[in-house]
Every structure is written in C-alpha cells, then in structure tokens.
Write a protein of this length. Structure first.
Length: 292
C-alpha cells in the first residue's frame, strides 16, 4: 500500500526553489494578465480558457470566521497515510493530481500582504501559489484582508477561507502548464510569533494552543470539500518565527480530528534548502509514512 501511495519526486535544489526576483516579478505580472483575460497560450500553441473556472472558484469561495463552527465533512476513509517531501506545495499537489487525486492545499496567507509579495519577486510558498494560479482572483477583494486589526494584532484570528477548484496554470518555477489543473486552496494565517515576542511577550505562552486550534480548523475546512488529498507544510516557520517542532506538534494535534477521515493522504511539503535540512528533518521524523 505504501509503495503505491508514495511519490518519487526529484530532489529540491536551490535553483529550482528560489526564482530570481526580476523573473518572479515578470511571472507575477503575466499571471495578472492571464487572470484578467481568462485564458492563456501554452508554449506548444494550445489556448486554454480558464475564465469560467475562475468565476466559479470566486463565486464558491467560502469564509469561516472565528466564531463560525465548520460543518463536519464526510468520512470516506478509515485511515489516512501521511508523507513528507522536501519539495514545494505545487510540486506535490500537481504530482498527486496527475495520479487522479482531488487535491486541497494550505496557503500560508499573510493578512497584511495578500499574496506574500507575489508581485515584488518574493520567493515563498504563498507567492508561488499566487503567481501560479487564479488564487488572487478569489481573494483580491476579500474583506478579511482589509481588516485594520490585523496590522496591530500579530495573533490575527482563526479565519479560514476556502476557494474550491482554483485553476492552476504554472509550476513552481513559473513555466505554464500544458493542461491547467484545479486545486482547492485553504487560506489561513499563522500567528506571527516573531511580533508576539517583540510586542506581546507575556502572551507567547498562548501560541501553541492557538496554532493547534487553527491547524484543526484548516483540516476541518478542507474536509468540507471534495478533496481526498490535503497538502500541508511548515506553516509559519519562516518570517513568522515559529519553530518546526511547534508547528509539527500543532499538526499532530490537528490530525486527531475526526475530519481526517475525509482524506486518503496527508502530504507535508517542506521545501528546505538549508544545510542538513533541519526543518524537513523534524517533519519527516514526525510524520513520514504514518497512518492516522
């Protein structure tokens, strides 16, 4: 069983993960134009119309505010298998869809900077998803990102936004896909731990419980969709300042939710190009090839 569910993905290298800023800006601008036109032309000359899919994803986007209970998803499996990959979210998600799975991915959203600098050439998981898909069409005018409270409260809140079947037309490296894919995208913000330590140090002890609750809501929200694979990651371990151990523990708690029965596979995409890959190692030791 594990042999059939496991992915054999190429080793992530720095050159593939970190796009040159000027190139990333150009890709972001081109993606804006594709979203505006509602179509794109592949290198082979095939034109794909994604306008209807963009409109549907936008119209069907659902927001679960912090005080809203997320409805239970349908239990379809007796267990889920978890895998850990030193790869990008897009690489893992696209590999799963090519195998016939329906995929949902966690978008590590930044409420203060929608798209995570996707038009400024930033290399991040959020910017990668924004540059590669119609996600910004679904979130661009969302009122949650206009909330001024997010600029002063580094805890943000437990809001989860579900954009179903968002058209994806690029790989992580920016190349247009010969055939567009569709992933459900779950946007939620991690606590900005760095700013909590700077401006609210007495409240740092609240972070583990808040992140465990938020991770559980991500899984519950994903379970309301038709996805049978959920791609998670090292949420908030970069600029937001979380340790990989804390985030791994938050997800370990979340994986105890009954909502996990909606998925055949939970993938952790942990792109780690640092020496000895310490973040990847934490998640691999905790989750790789486990049944939950």
């Amino acid at each position: 069983m594990r042999r059939t569910l496991a992915l054999n993905l190429p080793l992530l290298v720095k050159e593939d993960f970190l796009m040159e800023p000027d190139a990333a800006k150009m890709v972001g601008q081109a993606t804006q134009q594709i979203i505006t036109r509602g179509n794109y032309l592949t290198e082979s000359g095939t034109e794909h119309d994604i306008g209807v899919a963009l409109a549907a994803a936008h119209a069907q986007t659902v927001t679960y505010a912090p005080d809203i209970d997320i409805p239970p998803g349908k239990a379809k499996y007796t267990q889920a298998m978890t895998y850990v990959h030193n790869q990008t979210t897009l690489m893992v998600a696209q590999a799963r869809q090519r195998r016939g799975y329906r995929v949902a991915v966690l978008n590590f959203t930044n409420p203060r900077d929608l798209g995570g600098g996707w038009l400024q050439g930033v290399s991040s998981q959020e910017a990668s998803l924004a540059r590669s898909s119609g996600l910004m069409h679904c979130l661009g005018n969302h009122p949650w990102y206009q909330n001024r409270a997010h600029r002063v409260n580094p805890f943000y809140d437990d809001t989860v936004i579900v954009a179903p079947n968002v058209p994806v037309f690029r790989g992580h490296e920016g190349d247009l896909l010969e055939t567009p894919m569709h992933h459900t995208m779950i946007s939620a913000a991690a606590v900005h731990a760095t700013n909590v330590r700077l401006y609210m140090p007495p409240r740092e002890a609240e972070i583990p419980l808040r992140m465990a609750r938020r991770a559980t809501r991500v899984i519950e929200a994903a379970a309301t969709t038709k996805a049978n694979v959920l791609v998670l990651g090292a949420w908030g371990t970069g600029e937001f300042g979380h340790s990989p151990e804390l985030i791994a523990t938050a997800f370990q708690v979340a994986l105890e939710s009954p909502a996990i029965r909606s998925f055949a596979i939970i993938d952790f995409a942990i792109p780690d190009i640092t020496p000895q890959t310490p973040v990847y190692a934490v998640f691999r030791n905790r989750f790789h090839e486990q049944s939950v």
